[in-house]
Design a protein around this ligand. Sequence first.
Ligand code: NAD
Ligand code: ZN
Ligand code: ZN
Length: 348
Amino acid sequence: MKALRLEHWQSPAVLRDVDRPEPGPGEVLVQVGGAGACHSDLHLMHEFGEGQLPWSPPFTLGHENAGWVHTLGDGVTGLEPGQPVAVVGAWGCGTCERCRADLETYCDHPERTRAPGGGGGLGLDGGMAEFLLVPDARHLVPLPDGLEPVHAAPLTDAALTPYHAVRRSWGKLGPGATAVVIGVGGLGHLGIQVLHATTAARIIAVDPRESARDLAKRSGADLVLAPGDALAATVREATGGIGADVVLDFVGSDETLLSAAAMVRQLGDLTLVGLGGGTLPVSFFSPPYEVSVQSTYWGNRHELVEVLDLASRGLLHAEVRVFGLEEAVTAYELLAAGAIDGRAVIAP
Ligand code: NAD
Ligand code: ZN
Ligand code: ZN
């Protein structure tokens, strides 16, 4: 079968012929229906090097995946061939305290997994191929009726990650609160929808691209802004001089982190999701008093179930641009050039 492979750090992915995997005991072979192209893959291709992550190439890309159950390994019950499923992406050991608490992103026994903190597409072979080998049936969530794999795939990361991040701040997002989303790409446009569907907050979205700001409006933002020197002051003005209760940074550059710190209010949350490589100086006087600064990583199985439920009720909808596997390299080039609105999804 064809697969989009990351063969080395610091190199673009390439389409190769690989053997179709066979599911062993407990494993499930999934026929891929959609695999989202995440900006993290661009960081993998162009920025990371040996030793920076706990795993290395070669592997097939594609860590946000959905499709249909194809073949069940020995002993797998509760799934039927042909059944549409979404894949929970982080594959921990499954037995430690964290994994049993549905926190496989932070498995306590990385030595028991082959890709600590990762999974298919992040250390192990992912979904940018005709078939994906899933090492345990617990990583599969049946799709609700009416949700196609091509739209479900981005929900497993581009929606799940903001859902996990927003959830941490639910207590600060009641009526009268303001949330700011910085970066309205794959994650950001779904982050706005998550805020809209699960909180009462007023939503301000920031992106330099006009088409992304249009997407932000369609996704439920109340106010859209372009970044620039006046950004933090404009957010303060729009919040009666107070600042935003929660700022979600889906870019993570020096510039976005500094403006996030300048627009968040006292006791607010500054949540860093983007891997833009920026740093934020922290002193007693900045960010404002008692702001919680946190990074967040991906999400959990039960959160994905909730995300899929919101999508099945029409409250979350990934805006997708679909590419064939042959066009996957082009899709990443377009993503790198800022020419994708919403999410590029590879449908093999
Ligand atoms: P994307 O390329 O689809 O979207 C990024 C958006 O940010 C684009 O719309 C771009 O125009 C906008 N942008 C660029 N510079 C900006 C600025 N200065 N101010 C405001 N907006 C700006 O990327 P994505 O797939 O949504 O991923 C976003 C980031 O999140 C990436 O760094 C990715 O690696 C990271 N990510 C993190 C996690 C996690 O678990 N923490 C999970 C997935 C992705
Ligand atoms: Zn991702
Ligand atoms: Zn574990």
